[in-house]
Design a binder for this molecule. Structure first.
Ligand code: PLP
Length: 404
């Protein structure tokens, strides 16, 4: 008898590291050089973790040998608490903060702690697909709401309202957004939290890119908007501090916590079952959150990330048949291909052919649970020369496939 994976995994996928990623690995093993524009992993592209964070971690390694409290070390949670005070999230106590091995672990834990079969969670489309997968893994039903490309990828509040049912438990927001680069407008967020208040829904706000903002755009922490809604706000070291490999993230419970006592007890149980998060990383959190924020230099007028965002956006939108909303935050662009102009059936065919024929790896939009199949995601972390070359290849492929 064969050993089969559990049935609940049959319905799940994670496209960012899915079949197309495996294909790229095969091609590399055969000696081909692949340009990787597929994963938001800053350090390999020369976006190093700030020295002070690195030094603090090394200095504290000897103190970090044992398990710590299952919610995280005190200094890190205190620093996160101070952060909530700075950004206007009210009444957060140390015990409202859970530290995890990256936001990924906490997304799965926060869904596992909540969902019963048939419970629904509203998730943006497109989304960072772990959200959809985590809801499915936890026995819930992901229900996708439209983020509208025509309005800079802001959530369509009417669509959210239409999709609320008696089984809806919560709304997920990803702001700044992966994969679209959207930074949501305050009034849109206000309308969404009003819907949450009116329908007694929890709000899960993934704000891991909250400092990666361009052109002076401002980020509004969702949990700063109301006190009568229960919020879980996610943040971490991976993106703002380029420390993806350290695996450090947190989630903050705030707002109507009195309604969430049982839920938080459940989450506490899950946190204690995995004993604690990676301890050395936690020693870097206080240093990361305090004082000088080196990300500001990367996203500012002269910043490398800002320049690369401009380059990629300019070059892609220069290709006839491609349109693309300019990202206001994060490290991704999410262009649309006008498929009827090309001999290309879908986003999946486009990405597979681009990989096998032109050795450029991007992720198909459908991997982010889009309603259509005509987008792809580009990570603009590689340097300008590499980005130029990659977009040149995209242009070549589209010229080859252009219909008369
Ligand atoms: N949330 C979003 C929106 C992301 O884009 C990512 C990673 O790309 C994560 C969470 C996971 O981050 P972490 O490295 O903290 O697990």
């Amino acid at each position: 008898m064969n050993y089969l994976k559990s049935e609940r995994l049959n319905r799940l996928s994670y496209a960012i590291r899915g079949p197309i990623f495996d294909k790229a690995q095969q091609l590399e093993a055969q000696g081909h050089k692949i340009i990787n524009l597929n994963i938001g992993n800053p350090a390999p592209f020369g976006f190093d973790v700030p020295d002070e964070i690195m030094e603090d971690m090394i200095l504290n390694l000897r103190n970090a040998q044992g398990y710590c409290h299952h919610l995280g070390i005190f200094s890190a949670r205190k620093a996160i608490m101070h952060y909530t005070q700075q950004v206007g999230i009210k009444d957060v106590r140390i015990e409202d903060i859970f530290i995890g091995n990256g936001v990924s672990e906490l997304i799965v834990m926060t869904m596992q702690a909540l969902l019963n079969p048939g419970d629904e969670i509203l998730i943006p489309s497109p989304d960072y697909p772990l959200w959809t997968t985590a809801v499915g893994l936890s026995g819930g039903t992901p229900v996708h709401y439209i983020c509208d490309e025509e309005s800079d990828w802001n959530p369509d509040v009417n669509d959210i309202a239409r999709k609320i049912t008696s089984r809806t438990k919560g709304i997920v927001l990803i702001n700044p957004n992966n994969p679209t680069g959207a930074v949501y407008e305050k009034d849109v967020l206000e309308q969404i939290v009003k819907l949450a208040a009116d329908n007694n829904l929890m709000v899960f706000s993934d704000e891991i890119y909250d400092k990666i903002l361009y052109d002076g755009h401002k980020h509004t922490p969702t949990a700063s908007l109301r006190e009568d809604v229960f919020f879980m706000t996610f943040g971490g070291l991976s993106k703002n501090y380029r420390a993806t490999g350290f695996r450090g993230g947190w989630v903050i419970a705030s707002g109507a916590k009195e309604k969430a006592k049982s839920y938080l007890e459940g989450l506490n149980l899950l946190a204690s079952m995995r004993l604690c998060a990676n301890v050395p990383t936690q020693y870097a959190i206080q240093t990361a959150l305090g004082g000088y924020q080196s990300i500001d230099d990367l996203v500012g007028e002269e910043g490398r990330l800002r320049k690369q965002r401009d380059l990629v956006h300019y070059k892609l939108t220069d290709i006839p048949g491609i349109t693309c909303v300019k990202p206001k935050g994060s490290m991704y662009v999410f262009p649309k291909i006008d498929l009827k102009k090309f001999n290309i059936e879908s986003d999946e065919q486009f990405t597979l052919d681009l990989l096998t024929e032109h050795h450029v790896l991007v992720v198909p939009g459908s991997g982010f649970n889009t309603f259509d199949k005509s987008h792809f995601r580009v990570v603009f972390l590689p340097n300008a020369d590499t980005l130029n070359k990659a977009i040149g290849e995209i242009e070549n492929m589209l010229e080859e496939r252009r219909l008369p």
